[in-house]
Every structure is written in structure tokens, then in C-alpha cells.
Design a binder for this molecule. Sequence first.
Ligand SMILES: [Zn+2]
Ligand SMILES: [Zn+2]
Length: 386
Amino acid sequence: MGKIKEGLWDCSYCGTRRIGGSKRECPNCGRTRGADTEFYFNEDAEYVSEEVERIINRNPDWVCQFCNSLNSDSDIYCKSCGSMRTSDNLDYFSSKEKNDKYHINAFEENNDLEDIDDEDFIENLYCKSLTSNESMDNNLINGFKEKLNSFADMLANNSTVVLSVIVILFLILGITYLLIPKNEILTIQSFSWNREICIEKYQTVSESSWYLPADARLKYTRNEYYGTERVLDHVETKTRTVTKSRLVGHEEVVVGHRDLGNGYFEDITSSKPIYQDYQETETYTENVYRDDPVYRTKYYYDIDKWIYDRSYKSSGNDHNPYWAEVPTLPSNERISGKDERYFIEGINKKEKQRKIGLEYGDWIEVEIGQTVKLKVPALGNAKVIE
Ligand SMILES: [Zn+2]
Ligand SMILES: [Zn+2]
């Protein structure tokens, strides 16, 4: 049996509220509490003493058929009018059940007779659904508020993480901005260009490698340090302290309150397991590795290769580019590539001196004194767009 608290009730005659459940009569108007009394739980009440707990009858009060007042289950005669309790007497709960049924029946009959009541009924239903919707909305809003709060907490707790995320975002934005081609308007003042022809020569070079190329001429080999290799040295047995949890017992916790129907409420309890942490030493094994040096054969050899030798350059500050003259090359020499760059120089809208690279096709079409609109990428040549 659970512990007991004294409940409360309101007087239906004079409206006095929060009258102690142990009182049979209203302290204000003196009327005895009747079948329409509603007992309610009082969270702030102290538990009754063990002595009182032993005396209290745990059965609901009974309703006197003659004067409608509530009497304790231990009383045989009505304390108000003296009538004897019979098997027909309803108790606190069954009398309410009967009353509820009576109300429903009466309501249904009314409904059949009068249309106005029907409208009232619909309006009531509408009002009820409105209130329930409102409370649902409130719940939603509260839920959202809680989520916002927990998000704010998370931000506060991880300020370093948040800061780095912001820095990274700004970096990404900055890089993206730099990579976007910019439009620029430039009034051309001068031209410049340079061209280059690269020559490479077939020659013998000495090289070394961990393998021997097919067309190489081996001179010698040597055993050399290649790197390290991770190998298992030994297995170590170690101990560590771990925290484990075990069941040490149960405790009774209050999960609700049962209306005894006599002005008192009894705790409904449930058994909850109690766990306790304890330390345990356990042994485990750990592999210990070491780095061993690895030696391999290194090949030293001569090999013939085309290697950059020199270039023939030409440049100018005019609009007439040309390639430098290359003399007839011997059979062990060849042109490996050509490079050409073309620039315009001038004043932009911000009165700044700018030198911008263009493709030959664009560069040859523009003239000194001309104002051109350019699309300038982060890397590479600009494009004339107007
Ligand atoms: Zn009263
Ligand atoms: Zn009575």
C-alpha cells in the first residue's frame, strides 16, 4: 500500500475552495459535502502520519439516498440524517458514473426536441476544437522554442568549432570571388609582346633509379637505404581500469496518485532498478611495432634523352610581333615548343595603370587610344567583349 496525502474539495453551495479532504462539512457555510463533490489532489500536502495512515479507510465514501451527503465507508448510519446504509447505496465513484449517464441521456432527449440546442451543441463543439487547436499550436511553438534554445546552447558550447566554420566559409567566399572573371574598361596606351622558340638537345645523362630503364646503359649497382618497414616487434600484456555498472537493488518511485474517493489520495508506486558504477581492472594485449630499415638495389646508368638546351627570344613594344630566326639545327637538336604572349597597357576607370594579357586574335584587332571592355579571369588571357 502506498503512502497517503489529504486531498481537497470545493463547496458547491458557497464556492469555498480547497477544503481539506478530511473535513466532511464546509468550514464556511457548514453544509455537508454531497454526491456532486469532486476530490482533487494536492501536490503540496504532506503525507499523513503512519498512525493516521493505519486508521484511514481506503474505500470510497457512500452517498446517502435520503439527504445526498457523503459518509465514510466505516459509518453504517448517515451522519447527517441517520438513515441506514443499504445495499442500494452508491459510492462516490458509482454515483458519478450514474450521474454522467443521466446527463448524456438528458442531453440526447433535448436534442431531439429543440433545434436551438443543436446549434448550441455545434457551437460548443467548434469552440472546443478551437481551444484544442490552440493548445496544439502552443505545443508546436514551445517545441520550436526548445529546439532554438538547444541550438543556441550548442553554438555557445562549441564556439571554437563555430568560429572555424565561419572562417572557412569566408575563405571559400573570398576564393570564389577571386576566381570570378572581372569586367574592366581600359583605354589602350601601348602594346607589348614576347615570343620564344625552345630548343632541346639529345644528350647522354647520368641517372640513378630503383629500376633500370630498358634503353639505359648500366654503370654499376649499389645496395642503398630505401626506407623503413613497420614490423611486429612483440606483444605486450597491459592492464587498464574500466568502469562497469551493476544492479544493486530496487527503489519504489511514485508514478501517480489514486483517488480513494474519501478525501484522500494514495501514491501509485513502481519499482525502479538502481545501478551502481564500479571499477574493474582488465588485462589486454597490445602489439608493439618497430621500424626496420629496408635496403634495395639502386641502379646507376647513362641514358640518352631530349633535354632543354636554349631558346630563341623576340620581343617588342609595338604591334608587329615576329618569331626569332632559328638557324638550321643539327640532327641531335629539335624545336620542343613555342610560347607567345601579347599585352595591352593603359588606364582603367579607376585611373590605374594596368597591363593585361590578350589572345593574339584580340590583341591584333585593337588600336592605341581605343577604349575596350574586357573580361579578365583570375588566370590566363582576358577577352575583349566590346
Ligand atoms: Zn460552503
Ligand atoms: Zn443522510
